[in-house]
Design a protein around this ligand. Sequence first.
Ligand code: NAD
Ligand code: DAU
Length: 339
Amino acid sequence: MKIFLTGGAGFIGSNFVRYLLSETGVRQVINYDKLTYAGNLENLKDVEGDPRYRFVCGDICDRAALDEALPPETDLLINFAAESHVDRSIESAAEFIETNVLGVQALLDLSRRKGVRRFVQISTDEVMGSIEGDRYFNETSPLEPNSPYAASKAAAEMLVRAARMTFGLETVVVRSGNCYGPYQFPEKLIPLMISNTIKNVPLPVYGDGLQERDWVFVGDYARALWAVAMKGRAGAVYCIGARTQRTNLEVVRAVLAGLGRPESLIRYVQDRPGHDRRYALDPTRLEQELGWRPAESFASGLKRTIEWYRSNPSWIEKVTSGAYRDYYQRMYGRREGYR
Ligand code: NAD
Ligand code: DAU
């Protein structure tokens, strides 16, 4: 099986590359990634020597570069590439529209032209907005995005749908809750809180900290995605959720407890504008059709995550340093596109 991934140097993508290379039957994995601040080849050092794996530095908005990189007879294209951080989309939405909307259309056009057999779009529960009370999102929930990031991902889903309905491209979409685990850039809640706790600096909690997120460990996510990519119904949407809702405060307190540090490190700060109050996903379709179950509880997944960050302090330093990005920029000959 020949697989073309975009955004495979980021958090979920790099974990998925590692998962894929442990699967038999995978003959070729091409990882096409622009290496923004969030994409780090440091995440994939251990697979660099695998003869089935190849990295190509490129932007999904660059149609010529994409054309050159995408081989004919690709069985599966999985699009992880995105600007993924909500707070950054509130600061400036332009890159989110470029990559998450225009880039997706470029991928769809090329996939159609080059006969990609199946296109998997990585989407998010955030396209469905905020769900109050004790209700759950499922695959038929309306799209009601609230942040520029969520709106760009909802737009992408609509473009994927149009490529299927109009041109018959075989597509599948996955929407998940908040993923966590090793190699997540320390701007997202869990790695930021772990990193700050290790450095003994304050932990910023937005608003009252009672917003809820639905957490899934990245290893469980990888198995779910592989099941959907291989056996999911063409044209379907699948929600990936581990039935693990936690308030942000519960998460932050669990991190502090896991590292043996006091709650006095918590600082309540100004809330995020338009902050979604609650995400909760019903994964029944994934469970019933594809037999997926998460292997990690939140406690065990968080313990593994904390251990990984504690054992890899140099990773945090490297991925957050400008010198690191300059190095890869020189190595791959790129001169633009870094932030
Ligand atoms: P990430 O920010 O860690 O990684 C994104 C990757 O995409 C990086 O390697 C980056 O270099 C690459 N990229 C960005 N713009 C690109 C472009 N124009 N061309 C090529 N590559 C580009 O993101 P992540 O957390 O791993 O998320 C991966 C996908 O999953 C995204 O589509 C995101 O919307 C979605 N998602 C993430 C979560 C989560 O909790 N992390 C949950 C649901 C959905
Ligand atoms: O739900 C899926 C989404 O999860 C993905 O589509 C996004 O790509 C991913 O970034 C994530 O979005 P969130 O906005 O939920 O994740 P973030 O880690 O930024 O924030 C999680 C919660 O924690 C949110 O309610 C905001 C809050 N928060 C976050 C940060 C960074 C804080 O209270 N303090 C912080 O410093």
